[in-house]
Design a protein around this ligand. Structure first.
Ligand code: PLZ
Length: 437
């Protein structure tokens, strides 16, 4: 077998450098808590392939279901000859997403594709064009979703022109907006929408209930419900991008539920299928059914193998109660991280819900970007990178995020054993001692 160094050489000669990787080691196998590289080195997995392998890597039920399906048939295209798995995944999505109203779903391959389709559906249903998104938002890398995404580098730089009729409103970001209440932050966002776009022009308000790539930003309570309410009152479709937050990650099936929000449309992907590419748009029947027959689709959307994996992953989440497991992970991690924050002033904020947890690293005693130019310390991306590197060298896979690149985020598989989780937190503490001690 090749070493990581040899594979790295082949990669440089074959793979476009635009696609980068965090680790230079090549994976050989992975489980519900660790990744092992081709040389036998092991990492505790605090990334889950960016919130995907919530049921673990090669989860037993997923492996079985995929093997069974791959032997029956691998592809027909649901638009040519339908099959049960697609219908069954849609039934599950309709049942599991928030709201007991009549729903329909459509399946796609990736998160970006789900978001694109949610926007298409909202525009068709309303006959309007404007889409409202938020500061720090991340919705994907296709042309429309780049326009919806806030951050320039690395996602957008030089890739324009971008899709039109996208409007950005201020986000509730308690650590950086002077601690505005949810109501105050929503009033500021609604003011922008009403003054710059006009309520009658808005097809959709699109938001991550907890932002992912933008920094694991948990909006102040009341912010998301107030926007959902505004959308309803103004005839706009309220779309929750639950691609990173969905499928038990935050301690419930969907993060919208924590604040009692019932989105008109929900975009899902990532955690839905244990690592196979599957995504969905689910929502109110009258909105979904506004699209003419043939208006939605794609060659691979709801591929039978991905659907089999999705059904097996959903069964695993139900039977093992992985929402409760996510809450358990949060109640182990948050106090441990708060304890670290007491010892290391570079930790400006500890936040998250369930197994979607992060720390924001900032320079104490300095002043950085904040809406109210108050007392929020300057983001410290260099220390964040040094901490990540120290974790990687000691066997903990962590990833960063945030508009300022200064957030260390933790997304362990929801099946991670408690002792592995604690071992990972120990490595993180050692990294702080080495980098900030
Ligand atoms: N919406 C909320 O988190 C994907 C992106 C990694 P795709 N996040 C990881 C990267 O750098 O490309 C994401 C998300 C939210 C949409 C998406 C897009 O999902 O499956 O990557 O297209």
């Amino acid at each position: 077998m090749s070493t990581s160094a040899e594979l790295g050489k082949r990669r440089s000669a074959a793979v476009a450098r635009g696609v980068s990787s965090i680790l230079s080691s090549y994976v050989d196998h992975a489980s519900g808590g660790t990744l092992t590289d081709v040389e036998g080195r092991e990492w505790i997995d605090f990334a889950s392939g960016i919130a995907v392998t919530s049921v673990g890597n090669s989860a037993p039920r997923v492996v079985e279901a995929v093997k069974r399906q791959v032997e029956l048939f691998t592809h027909t295209c649901f638009m040519v000859t339908p099959y049960e798995g697609y219908v069954a995944v849609c039934e599950q999505l309709n049942a599991l997403t928030p709201g007991s109203f009549d729903k329909r779903s459509a399946l796609f391959n990736s998160g970006a594709e789900a978001v694109e389709n949610a926007v298409k559906i909202a525009r068709k249903a309303t006959g309007r064009q404007a889409v409202v998104v938020f500061d720090h938002a991340y919705h994907g890398r296709t042309n429309l979703t780049m326009a919806l995404t806030a951050k320039n580098m690395p996602y957008k730089d030089g890739f324009g022109p971008f899709a039109g009729e996208i409007y950005r409103a201020p986000m509730s970001y308690p650590f950086r907006d002077g601690g505005r209440s949810g109501e105050q932050a929503a009033a500021a966002a609604i003011d922008v929408i009403e003054k710059q776009v006009g309520g009658d022009n808005v097809a959709a308000v699109l938001i991550e209930p907890i932002q992912g790539e933008g920094g694991f930003v948990v909006p102040a309570p009341g912010f998301v419900p107030a926007l959902a309410e505004w959308a309803r009152a103004n005839g706009a479709v309220f779309i929750a991008d639950e691609i990173q937050t969905g499928f038990c990650r935050t301690g419930d099936w969907f993060a919208s539920t924590h604040e009692g929000v019932e989105p008109d449309l929900v975009a899902t992907a990532k955690g839905i299928a244990g690592g196979l590419p599957l995504a969905g748009v689910t929502g109110r029947a009258e909105i979904m059914e506004a699209v003419h027959p043939g208006g939605l689709g794609g060659t691979y959307g709801g591929n039978p193998i991905a659907c089999a994996a999705g059904l097996a992953a959903i069964e695993t989440m139900s039977e093992l109660d992985l929402a409760a497991a996510a809450r358990g992970i949060g109640s182990t991690m948050l106090p441990a991280l708060r304890d670290l924050a007491d010892r290391y002033p570079v930790i400006g904020d500890v936040r998250g819900r369930g197994a979607m947890v992060a720390i924001e690293i900032a320079k104490p005693g300095t002043f950085g970007p904040t809406v109210d130019a108050g007392s929020v310390p300057d983001p410290d991306a260099a220390t964040t990178a040094a901490l990540s590197k120290a974790c990687h060298e000691a066997g903990l896979l962590t990833i960063t995020c945030g508009t300022y690149g200064n957030v260390l985020r933790f997304l362990p598989p929801l099946v991670m054993p408690e002792d592995t989780l604690r071992k990972g937190l120990g490595i993180l503490a050692d990294a702080f001692a080495a980098v900030c001690g």
